[in-house]
Design a protein. Structure first.
Length: 46
């Protein structure tokens, strides 16, 4: 891993979308990111 690499914080993204009423249990990471972008939610990164 290079210094400065960022990774999607999938757990936090699932929490954010679930708190807005989305059923995130069956969704892939790609689907979660797509919904976040549509909803203008910043995708959390680590």
């Amino acid at each position: 891993m290079d210094i400065g690499d960022e990774y999607i914080d999938e757990g936090r993204l699932r929490e954010l979308l679930a708190s807005r009423g989305f059923n995130v249990k069956e969704l892939s990471t790609r689907e979660l990111i797509s919904i976040a972008r549509e909803q203008k939610i910043a995708v959390p990164k680590t």
